[in-house]
Design a protein around this ligand. Structure first.
Ligand SMILES: Nc1ncnc2c1ncn2[C@@H]1O[C@H](COP(=O)(O)OP(=O)(O)OP(=O)(O)O)[C@@H](O)[C@H]1O
Length: 282
């Protein structure tokens, strides 16, 4: 399998109110094409910072190494590449709050995905070519929402809106989908549909998926690999099925109970954990 994402010694320090906060510490990892990877860890462990760094939205410290997508540098030693905009086209990002424009229809929201090539006037006036519209419909077909193309996005359910956000990532030809807690605000049934859509896309299109998650059962069900962060350091990187209650208890302490979901997903306690093969990284 070819490597699509390489991160070498990512460090990120924030300074606020005179205090130093090491959000990422020597994070080194590689992700191959088509992998589905969950990024877990307690609140404040650095998950969003890592996702933002990969998308070039957060500049790492100078003592960091390279961060590359398909062999092309997004940033290196605390400096963004001057090709960052181009490389960003290979990445789609979705967030907990779907970031759609409610007043626009679904199709136009998808077309916003190719907006770097358009000016704001062209978007508002919906000046898109037939070829671009066909691409939008194709992306909507892939997420099972082609019948909703001309409906206002605000009329869609949360799960459907998240799938529109995925279609917006697909239209620009993204081969990597980054997600920051994509199902955190969804009910179990909508979460299931969103995650099944992603699994389907990763299998059909070899789409690589890296997502921060608070729900461990979702990671167990849909992600083959899990990376766990504790205070900015990778403390586990391996097969999701190798995650044990001990590791989770170390990560989440007494908050572990809060990560349980309803019966649609196996709970941490109920999940069968057989012969764990640990890859503990210190
Ligand atoms: N812009 C910022 N300025 C100052 N500190 C920040 C900034 N962004 C993040 N941090 C700090 O960096 C650390 C990691 O934050 P991050 O948001 O990456 O954690 P997280 O694991 O995504 O948390 P959550 O699960 O709550 O979203 C936290 O201590 C946070 O307060």
């Amino acid at each position: 399998m070819s490597t699509v994402l390489t991160i070498q010694e990512a460090n990120k320090t924030f300074f606020s109110s005179g205090k130093k906060n090491q959000a990422l510490s020597n994070v080194t990892l590689e992700i191959a094409a088509g992998e589905r990877v969950a990024l877990i860890g307690a609140s404040g462990s650095g998950k969003s910072t890592l996702i933002r760094a990969i998308s070039g939205l957060e500049i790492l410290d100078k003592n960091s190494g390279e961060l590359c997508i398909n062999g092309r540098q997004i940033q290196s030693h605390g400096q963004l590449s001057n090709k960052v905009r181009q490389i960003r086209n290979e990445i789609g990002i979705i967030f907990q709050q779907f970031n759609l424009v409610n007043q626009l229809d679904v199709m136009t929201n998808v077309l916003i995905g190719i907006c770097p090539q358009k000016n704001i006037f062209e978007i508002i006036c919906k000046k898109f070519t037939l070829e671009e519209k066909a691409r939008a419909l194709d992306a909507l077909e892939k997420v099972g929402l082609v019948d909703f193309a001309y409906q206002r996005s605000s009329t869609l359910s949360g799960g459907q809106q998240q799938r529109v956000a995925i279609a917006r990532a697909l239209i620009k030809g993204a081969k990597i989908l980054l997600a920051d807690e994509p199902v955190a605000s969804l009910d179990p049934e909508s979460s299931r549909k969103v995650m099944e859509t992603i699994v389907n896309l990763s299998q059909k299109l070899d789409l690589t998926f890296l997502t921060s998650l608070h729900q461990i059962p979702v990671a167990r069900k849909y992600c083959d690999r899990t990376i766990a962060l504790n205070k900015g350091t990778v403390v586990f990187d391996g097969a999701t099925k190798a995650l044990t209650s001990d590791i989770l208890a170390e990560l989440y302490g007494s908050n572990l109970e809060d990560l349980e979901m309803d019966e649609d997903f196996p709970s941490v306690k109920e999940a069968s954990i057989s012969e764990p093969k640990l890859t503990l990284v210190h």
